[in-house]
Structure formats: C-alpha cells, structure tokens
Design a binder for this molecule. Structure first.
Ligand code: PGA
Length: 242
C-alpha cells in the first residue's frame, strides 16, 4: 500500500495573531507549487478558529497540539478533542515529548487522549522517542517499543511521529541510518495496521536535511517544529517531498 506523505508543522507555544500572515504566505506557496502530500499546521489553540477561516478551501489541514481525554467536563484550562474539531482541526498531536516532560504524561494517558481524538473524529499524531541517555544505553528500541505498545489505541486510523528527544529543537538530527532503522522497527511493531499507518520523523527537520530524510523508505513525512514557523522554510520542506 502506498501511503500519502504528511508534512505537519507544530508551532508549539509560539504565535500571536500576527503569525497568521505566515499562513497566507504558505497558502500562496502551495498554490504556486502544489504539495505532493498532505500538509498540516498545528498552531496554538488560540489561533485555530482564525486559521480555519483563513485557510478555507486551501489544501492545508489544521491540528491541535494536545487534547483532554474527556469529551467535556469540569477541567479548567483544558480543551476537548471535540472543541478542536469544532474550531477547524482534523488532527491533533498527542504525547509530544514536551508534554510527557512538562506535564508528566504517561503512555496510558497518551493512549486515552488518542482514543478521545478518534471519538471526536480527529486523527491523532502519537509521538514517541527516546532520550539521549536511553540511546547511549542501547535502550532506544526498547523505549520506543514500550511507548508504541502503551500509547497507541487498539484501533482507529492514526499517525505515529518518531521524535528522538535529543534531536528536538537542538539542531541535531538523527542520522539517516538511525532514522531508517527506527522507522523500520516501529513499522514492525504495528501489526495489522502497519501498511496503512504513516510514520513521521521529527527533530530539527530543516530545508537543508528534509530531502534525504523524506527519501527514506519507511519515512512517510515529517513533524516540524522550529522550521514550520516561517512559511518560506516550511514550504521548502514540503517541496522536498518527491
Ligand atoms: P523541531 O521540533 O523541528 O524544532 O526540532 C520538532 C517537534 O518537536 O515536533
């Protein structure tokens, strides 16, 4: 089965209303050179509705960066997957390493969030990845294997993002050999959903390295942080898709 590539931008906690201008620039870039895969932006939730308005009819999907496990409830400050969908999202990132670190999110919680996303009709992008200590100790596959086993819902269409923690926002990227090996390993753990599931690489993906990463057999796209904030960089990464 051939999987359609996905290039998703994760704006993290960056972006006030003025950043929406980048979406105009991205829209124009894609109109001039259509993407050969899916393109998504996950802005801060405060910008979702305005972004959806701006991107009406454009080939750019929107995603949230996190969601609660419940459909609604007394959870001050949290957002449900249904709220993200209502604001215009069709995807949501769950289990990003920054949330696992900052909010102590466990695999079980991440799985419950991914399930909540599926119930609301969103496609979860479930993030996994080892720390540098785990890699140096030879535990990279064991760590990621356990995260996959613990964080993925039993069924439903989802996307997996492999993001080695040591490569996020550091300018360090895993080597193409390391990426190919881990993506192959992840696919081997996915069972019946293996052929249909997109596995993205994330961690300092830039216009300069996107071509060689996206050319790898088991890489179905990228989750891009810093380089997604500027339309010029992000569209250069999208153009690196064959
Ligand atoms: P980065 O972030 O591209 O800035 O390394 C990737 C991510 O955290 O999704």
């Amino acid at each position: 089965m051939s999987r359609r590539a996905l290039i998703a931008g994760n704006w993290k906690m960056y972006g006030l209303a003025a950043a929406l201008m980048e979406l105009d620039a991205l829209k124009a870039a894609l109109a001039a050179a259509p993407a050969t895969g899916d393109v998504a932006i996950c802005p801060p939730a405060t910008l979702l509705a305005q972004a959806a308005w701006k991107l009406k009819g454009a080939p750019i999907l929107l995603g949230g960066q996190d969601c609660h496990t419940a459909g609604e409830g007394a959870h001050t400050g949290d957002l449900s997957a249904a709220m993200l969908a209502d604001a215009g999202a069709s995807l949501v990132i769950v289990g990003h390493s920054e949330r696992r670190r900052d909010h102590g999110e466990t695999d079980a919680l991440v799985r419950a969030k991914a399930d909540a996303a599926l119930r609301a009709g969103l496609t979860p992008i479930v993030c996994v990845g080892e720390t540098i200590e785990q890699r140096r100790a030879g535990q990279a596959e064991a760590t990621v294997g356990a995260q996959i086993a613990g964080s993925l819902p039993a069924e439903g269409e989802l996307v997996v993002a492999y993001e080695p923690v040591w490569a996020i926002g550091t300018g360090l990227t895993a080597s193409t050999d390391e990426i190919a090996a881990m993506h192959g390993f992840i696919r081997s753990t996915l069972g019946p959903r293996a052929a249909a599931t997109r596995i993205l690489y994330g961690g300092s993906v830039k216009p300069q390295n996107a071509g060689e990463i996206l050319a790898l057999d088991e890489v179905d796209g990228a989750l891009v942080g810093g380089a997604s904030l500027k339309a010029a960089d992000f569209s250069a990464i999208i153009r690196a898709l064959k």
